[in-house]
Design a protein around this ligand. Structure first.
Ligand code: SF4
Length: 351
């Protein structure tokens, strides 16, 4: 990822956190609680920015299960755990994989304090602590392309057609840098290369906090219907007679996958970029120009996560005295910045 794309992505995440939703669609509910994550998706597809519209009460009820995500195995146990003590094999649906993995998940859930477990003879019985709520309403996927030219739009158009056909997210958007004032600040010729179901955001980053206008409204996708996974498609050349290959994604798979993605997003948010950067470097700062961005004082720009890593030749550790007596923040400024971002991340989970 180039530097402008990474920085642009962090700005879009912050704009979405402040402003969502820019276009209230027929299915969007205006009282939704919203949180934002980045770089999540399926094994074959990762979206840049994701917005999760949640039932506020459901989101509050989800919080009793802790900030760590529940993976698909834990969800299977926690969502199906009974009110009364029951032998686990009688309580849980057949998982479709060996029961020993279910027992491991039961132990893990018990260790995390989100399930009751006891022994009755040589049997394991379980009982739920809380009802796992129905907290997720909608997922909105945003692809960030600050400098959208004709060839980028063509490649992106192909990818977005796959997203629309699968309909795993309720809406798919492209966020691009606004140019001029026409068509909401986006070249009309570029709009034609993107699927008509895709929304387009014209984003302005140059004056104060990031703002965005809707250049094209998206369609709501049929997330409860079977989706189509496009595996291969002809290139469309004169001599290309090959057929497209595709397979169906059933609604149960989609429903489970959406919840898994939402759980990962709930844990990570979008500020997790700092986990792979070097806030312990003496040149690392957070700067606020309306949006908060990582800043490298040595290089004089906002670095990418890849650039600001252990391999950075200009890395300089914080002087030891920053971490001990001479510095007012326990653990030094790097640790202080991480804690600050973690506190902000935690606040966004509260509806
Ligand atoms: S010098 Fe390198 S490691 Fe230090 S803040 Fe800058 S980019 Fe990050």
């Amino acid at each position: 990822m180039t530097r402008p794309e990474f920085t642009f992505e962090l700005r879009v995440c912050q704009w979405a956190e402040r402003e969502w939703s820019p276009a209230t669609t027929a299915t969007a509910e205006s009282d939704s609680a919203v949180f934002v994550a980045r770089q999540l998706g399926t094994r074959g597809r990762r979206w840049d920015t994701l917005v999760f519209e949640c039932d506020p009460e459901g989101l509050a009820a989800r919080s009793v299960f802790g900030t760590e995500r529940l993976d698909s195995d834990l969800l299977h146990v926690v969502r199906n755990a009974p009110r009364e003590w029951t032998y686990y094999r009688d309580a849980l649906p057949d998982p479709g994989y060996p029961w020993r993995y279910v027992r491991e998940s039961i132990h893990e859930a018990t260790d995390r304090g989100i399930l009751d477990q006891r022994r009755a003879g040589n049997r394991i019985e379980i009982r739920r602590k809380w009802h796992y709520p129905d907290w997720l309403r909608r997922i909105v996927a945003i692809e960030n392309k600050p400098d959208l030219d004709a060839s980028a739009a063509r490649v992106l158009g192909d990818q977005l057609e796959r997203d629309v056909a699968l309909a795993l997210a309720d809406e798919v958007w492209v966020a691009t840098r606004a140019v001029g004032e026409e068509s909401g600040g986006v070249e009309p010729a570029l709009l034609e290369r993107l699927p008509v179901e895709t929304g387009i955001l014209a984003v302005r980053t140059d004056d104060g906090p990031t703002s965005a206008e809707v250049a094209w409204h998206p369609s709501s996708l049929a997330v409860d219907d079977p989706g189509t996974r496009i595996l291969e498609r002809p290139d469309g050349g004169d001599h290309d007679e090959s057929a497209a290959r595709f397979e169906y994604a059933d609604p149960e798979w989609k429903h489970a996958k959406r919840l898994e993605i939402a759980e990962r997003a709930y844990e990570r948010g979008w500020r997790s970029y700092v986990d792979t950067m070097r806030p312990d470097c003496r040149s690392f700062e957070l700067r606020d120009d309306g949006d908060t961005l990582p800043w490298c004082a040595a290089k004089g720009h906002s670095p990418t996560a890849r650039e600001c890593s252990g391999a950075c030749p200009e890395f300089g550790p914080e002087p030891p005295r920053w971490r001990t007596h001479g510095w007012p923040i326990e653990g030094g400024p790097g640790k202080g910045l991480k804690r600050l971002l973690e506190r902000q991340r935690a606040r966004r989970r509260d509806p």
